[in-house]
Design a binder for this molecule. Structure first.
Ligand SMILES: Cc1cc2nc3c(=O)[nH]c(=O)nc-3n(C[C@H](O)[C@H](O)[C@H](O)COP(=O)(O)O)c2cc1C
Length: 205
């Protein structure tokens, strides 16, 4: 039997709106991926050009772009504050598809981050207080002790830590890639022209 991805090239070839196609691919990935279809690699870069990459979870995709939440004082947070250009990469193994997104990030409005923080499990909220993400930690016991300390400090509603934040990446370039037989893959890159229109270009695989 043909791999499923090989049967969907017509949709990719016809697409004019990469975001609508992303939404279709993501909806399908939610039904086919083993876990975390919203996992995406997030690449950031220091102002002097040193890159770093890690996985984060996409929390939303709306007209502003692709959003995620994190600790603003982490390595990625520091890099994004110093240089707000970033890139994302989704890989849906079950569909043999890759989506690459590049653009500029801005912080999400505080009220939106608050709302998201308060929807999290109580222990995840405690964890956000306890974790000084990306900084040295001597032992796991130290981390557990910090969670106990914050559980005692916040017996009721837990406020959002001031450094816990969210970012949205506004896409300026989106590439959709679909595996085909013999590595003759389909690649289309879409470049934003402003106000929702895109220039589409097929690339050699
Ligand atoms: C599947 C998966 C999902 C993750 N989601 C997030 C996330 O949404 N936000 C986050 O800050 N870190 C997330 N992480 C952890 C990051 O990959 C990373 O270890 C952490 O954010 C520190 O990165 P930094 O030191 O580059 O800032 C996730 C890791 C994995 C494997």
């Amino acid at each position: 039997m043909e791999p499923a991805a090989n049967q969907d090239s017509a949709q990719l070839e016809a697409a004019q709106d990469p975001l609508a196609l992303f939404d279709d691919w993501f909806a399908l990935a939610k039904t086919t991926e083993l876990n975390d279809p919203n996992a995406m690699s997030l690449a950031t870069c220091t102002p002097d050009g040193t890159p770093s990459v890690r996985i984060v979870l996409m929390k939303g995709r709306d007209p502003r772009g692709f959003s995620f939440v994190t600790n603003g004082q982490s390595r990625k947070g520091g890099e994004l504050h110093a240089n707000p250009r970033a890139a994302l990469c989704f890989h849906w193994k079950s569909l043999q598809r890759q989506v690459r997104v590049e653009g500029t990030v801005t912080e999400l409005p505080p009220a939106e981050v608050d709302a998201y923080f308060h929807r999290r499990h109580r222990m995840s909220q405690i964890g956000a207080w306890a974790s000084q993400q990306s900084r040295p930690l001597a032992t796991r016991d130290d981390l557990i002790a910090l969670t106990r300390q914050y559980e005692a400090e916040f017996p009721g509603e837990i406020p959002r830590p001031p450094y816990w934040t969210g970012f949205v990446l506004a896409p300026q370039r989106i590439e959709l890639w679909q595996e085909r037989d013999f590595r003759l893959h389909d690649r289309f890159v879409f470049t934003a022209n402003g106000e929702g229109s895109w220039t589409k270009q097929r690339l050699f695989p």
